[in-house]
Write a protein that binds this ligand. Structure first.
Ligand code: THU
Length: 131
């Protein structure tokens, strides 16, 4: 990941955050996913009155890319309204593992960021049945 790639992903995630549908939590999240071919897919959180049907920004981005035929990825960036970093929830980490998204970038609104490997965030994750 070049610094330019990282900056671009964070910018796209910040733009996606503006489209969040978060009337229940008022907590907007944006994500931007870089595919191996250089294309970028974005997502925002989409909440639901049932709460349980809410989908996180990361999964919206990943599912959108998969629905568009992409399965190989380089990195995903996540931003939110929080003044600190927002880390992906456990379900999103599991979905990231399914598609082997190797790098997770968390950024604050000021553009400060940290890069993690998915292995850092989900060590010994469940991937295969192994029968
Ligand atoms: N949320 C995300 O979209 N991504 C995360 O990494 C953490 C949480 C959303 C889900 C919900 O709409 C709101 O943030 C509060 O949990």
């Amino acid at each position: 990941m070049t610094d330019i790639d990282v900056r671009r992903l964070i910018e796209e995630a910040l733009r996606a955050k503006e489209r969040a549908y978060a009337p229940y939590s008022n907590f907007r999240v944006g994500a931007a996913l870089l595919a191996q071919d250089g294309s970028i897919y974005t997502g925002c959180n989409v909440e639901n009155a049932s709460y349980g049907a809410t989908c996180c920004a990361e999964r919206v981005a990943i599912f959108s890319a998969v629905a568009d035929g992409k399965r190989s990825f380089k990195a995903i960036a996540v931003v939110s309204d929080s003044c600190g970093f927002t880390f992906p929830c456990g379900i999103c980490r599991q979905v990231m593992l399914e598609f082997d998204i190797p790098v997770v970038i968390v950024a604050d609104s000021g553009g400060t960021y940290k890069e993690y490997t998915l292995e850092d965030l989900l060590p010994n994750g469940f991937k295969e049945f192994g029968v």
